[in-house]
Design a protein around this ligand. Structure first.
Ligand SMILES: [Zn+2]
Ligand SMILES: [Zn+2]
Length: 261
């Protein structure tokens, strides 16, 4: 005997709803029995927290007493007012401005190292939200048309398994309701790890490293990086984009002072 089509559809619908509800309840039960822990302090997370607890997120937002108004270079405590750093006065960056969530130290440094080098891409969500909160608070006159992650060379991507900047860009894209253009900018050759190079060596290595894939009408672009130190990478990327008529705002999870290299 064949089942009437309407009845079969109704049964399917009811069983899907039941499975969804069971899954949801199972997740709640699991959360109560085995609450997930904060990646940094290992305290149990509340149902609203993912990856990092609120206290660690607050600790990730340490800002310098003063900074460069263009490239965000943190100044030592002695210079207590924001101003344009010597480097920006002598060689202005091609980007409009640089925003960051916190200094590359303490909790934020630990979280980025877990995220990037210890294969913890689940940290992308809390770190990406931290970055988007900072962007939304500071982006007053820059309404972006596109978000571009600093690209990794395919060899590095294969080795690491994910592009940390693309993961952050995905969260930003959702939070800022702005599309990602992940293929506009390409890294056309591999570079050695930049943390092992001195500032002038970084610039030499990165000079012809990035290319813009195709011409599109001028856009206001948010360029996403995880850590900015000398600004060599974001300057090299922005140079290519600005040459095509785009405007660039750099956003980075963390900022390290140039002299830390
Ligand atoms: Zn914590
Ligand atoms: Zn500067």
């Amino acid at each position: 005997m064949t089942e009437p089509a309407g009845l079969s559809h109704q049964l399917r619908h009811q069983s899907t709803a039941l499975i969804r509800r069971l899954r949801q309840e199972w997740r709640w039960a699991l959360h109560l029995l085995l609450p997930p822990a904060c990646f940094l302090c290992h305290h149990p997370l509340s149902a609203e927290e993912t990856g990092l607890c609120q206290r660690c997120l607050t600790d990730c937002q340490i800002r310098p007493p003063a900074a460069c108004i263009h490239c965000g270079e943190p100044f030592r405590a002695a210079s207590s007012v924001n101003h344009r750093c010597t480097r920006c006065q002598q060689d202005p960056p091609p980007f409009d401005n640089l925003l960051y969530a916190g200094l590359y130290q303490g909790a934020l440094k630990q979280a980025i190292q877990q995220f990037k080098y210890h294969n913890q891409p689940r940290l992308a969500h809390p770190l990406g939200r931290l970055l988007s909160t900072r962007c939304l608070a500071a982006m007053t006159d820059f309404q972006p048309d596109a978000i571009i992650p600093v690209p990794l060379h395919p060899d590095r991507l294969r080795k690491r398994g994910f592009n940390q900047s693309l993961q952050l860009a995905r969260v930003l894209s959702r939070e800022l309701t702005c599309p990602i253009s992940a293929t506009l900018l390409l890294r056309n050759r591999p570079t050695p790890p930049l943390k092992d190079l001195r500032p002038f060596e970084r610039e030499a290595v990165l000079r012809h490293c990035f290319t813009v894939q195709h011409n599109i009408s001028p856009r206001r672009i948010v360029l996403v990086d995880d850590i900015v130190t000398t600004t060599a990478t974001v300057r090299a990327c922005s140079n290519q984009l600005v040459q095509q008529g785009h405007r660039v705002l750099v956003v980075s999870l963390a900022r390290a002072p140039r002299e830390s290299t």
